[in-house]
Design a protein around this ligand. Structure first.
Ligand code: ADP
Ligand code: TRP
Length: 332
């Protein structure tokens, strides 16, 4: 059976982009793959959360994963810091990651710009830790959004370099996965690019937020003056709204608004109202479930425990083999 690994940093509530870019694939893959899905709490230390915030965010994402349908019996749903072998392999892999290539990573360059007063070494070696998350389970596939493609390329690079250095065929080459064949990019509501929790006020639709808030964000999404000629090309903010409709609305509804756009009779207010209505239909049941799960301590605890046990079993095995390959051999 092939193996899949993916993780999300616990830095807030999950939004539609996280769901369609990542979690929807997890749900499908847990049925047919040896699956490891985790909460990347060690990664989130790069931004120095307080202990209370960190714990609260991990709890939130754990409840959200479970509410969205991840099944602790079918996959290994675990918290990264529950698997200390990850840190051990991270140390080894850091010896074969070079300063130049780490400095060239797009995410590091972005952090240098946006997080000027906290350019810590963990940020620099973030791609190594991510590679370890993946390699430690010898993953074949990694379901992630488009923004993670470069990190995956680096993962392959680090794995292959280890194989070459020790002349072994140990780590497989993990490939990005999306059920559509192409990595997904869910646009944000403020028209600036991908939906993101750091995309500013009103950009993301979160699952764990009230109907009214979601409705308001959608009704405020930017539009233009409307098409001035038949079959006009759609500007980016209108394309974005159609993309979002593609995720939650029925095809005939989308076609109707598309026809309206093409013959210049579209009313953006009506379109956004429809989008909001269908969005609430989709988000509502998941949100209710998140709120139930969040207060179910016994469920959270048993899920995290089974996940940690399964993930450790696989991680311990890999690290033991890596130690032998590297040449750490016992004298006693
Ligand atoms: P954010 O950009 O909100 O900080 P993360 O970086 O924590 O989100 O992303 C976690 C996972 O969700 C990653 O696999 C990422 O590729 C995916 N993801 C996040 N936003 C989007 C989006 N707008 N479209 C598609 N996938 C996304
Ligand atoms: N870097 C990913 C993000 O920012 C999160 C992540 C960490 C991850 N380790 C991973 C994703 C391993 C897939 C596999 O979203």
């Amino acid at each position: 059976m092939q193996t899949v690994v993916s993780g999300i940093r616990p830095t807030g509530k999950l939004h539609l982009g996280n769901y369609f870019g990542a979690v929807r694939n997890f749900l499908e893959m847990q049925e047919n793959y040896r699956s490891y899905f985790f909460i990347a709490d060690i990664h989130s230390l790069t931004t120095h959360p307080t202990p209370g915030d960190l714990h609260g965010s991990v709890r939130q994402v754990l409840a959200e994963y479970l509410a969205m349908g991840l099944d602790p019996e079918k996959c290994s749903l675990f918290i990264q810091s529950d698997v200390p072998e990850i840190m051990e392999l991270y140390t080894y892999m850091n010896m074969n990651a070079y300063l130049g290539e780490l400095e060239r990573s797009a995410s590091f360059k972005e952090k240098i710009r946006t997080q000027k007063d906290n350019v810590n070494a963990g940020l620099l070696t973030y791609p190594v830790l991510m590679a370890v998350d993946i390699l430690i389970h010898k993953a074949d596939f990694v379901p992630v959004g488009k923004d993670q493609a470069q990190h995956l390329e680096m993962t392959r690079q680090f794995g292959n370099r280890f194989n070459r250095l020790y002349d072994v065929d140990f780590f497989p080459e993990p490939q990005a996965y999306s059920h559509t064949g192409e990595l997904v990019k869910v646009p944000g509501l403020t028209g600036q690019g991908k939906m993101s929790k750091s995309g500013g006020e009103g950009d993301a639709v979160f699952f764990d937020e009230d109907d009214k808030v979601i409705q308001k964000k959608i009704m405020r999404a930017k539009t233009d003056a409307g098409p001035q000629e038949m079959n006009a090309e759609k500007p980016i903010e209108i394309l974005n709204l159609f993309d979002l409709m593609g995720l939650v609305c029925e095809n005939d509804v989308i076609e109707k608004f598309n026809d309206d756009y093409n013959n210049c009779t579209i009313r953006y207010g009506d379109m956004k109202k429809q989008l909001a209505e269908d969005m609430l239909k989709f988000v509502g049941p998941i949100r209710d479930r998140i709120r139930e799960v969040k207060s179910d301590d016994a469920f959270l605890s048993s899920a995290a425990k089974i996940g940690a046990e399964k993930a450790r079993e696989s991680a311990v095995k890999t690290v033991k083999e890596v130690r032998e390959i590297i040449g750490f051999r016992k004298f006693y």
